[in-house]
Ligand binder design. Sequence first.
Ligand code: ZN
Length: 83
Amino acid sequence: MIATLDNLVVNDNGLRLFCNSCVRCVDLEVNALVERYGAAISLPEIGRRGRCKACGAKGGSVAAANAIVGENGTALHKQMAYQ
Ligand SMILES: [Zn+2]
């Protein structure tokens, strides 16, 4: 079974995208991805659709990540480089 966005929502996980061409990685906004693609999209597909803002390469690897919690207790998600 391939993990989908819905799995991240259920487990309150974030999603991190790693550029295949440079060392950059970004934490993605899961809720924004759900609105854009729907919860059923697979995580590898999201990786394929991403484009790195730093080097312009298309496609990357994704990994589920535990939510990063800021000092005020709310989860931090960097605005990502999705197009
Ligand atoms: Zn890159």
